[in-house]
Design a protein around this ligand. Structure first.
Ligand SMILES: [Zn+2]
Length: 50
């Protein structure tokens, strides 16, 4: 489990580094792709539990 935690931390750091490199606003990019909707079902409100 600690291994996965470290790997995820590495991924997160890598994503942050790439975003910086390409001057991308990660938060804006995320909200643009998932605008106020559930990222899984794409609905608002979420219907995943139905
Ligand atoms: Zn959902």
């Amino acid at each position: 489990m600690d291994n996965i935690k470290e790997e995820l931390a590495d991924c997160f750091a890598w994503i942050g580094a790439l975003a910086n490199l390409y001057d991308i606003d990660l938060e804006a990019a995320f909200l643009e792709k998932y605008p106020d909707k559930c990222p899984t079902c794409r609905k608002n409100p979420c219907i995943c539990t139905d």
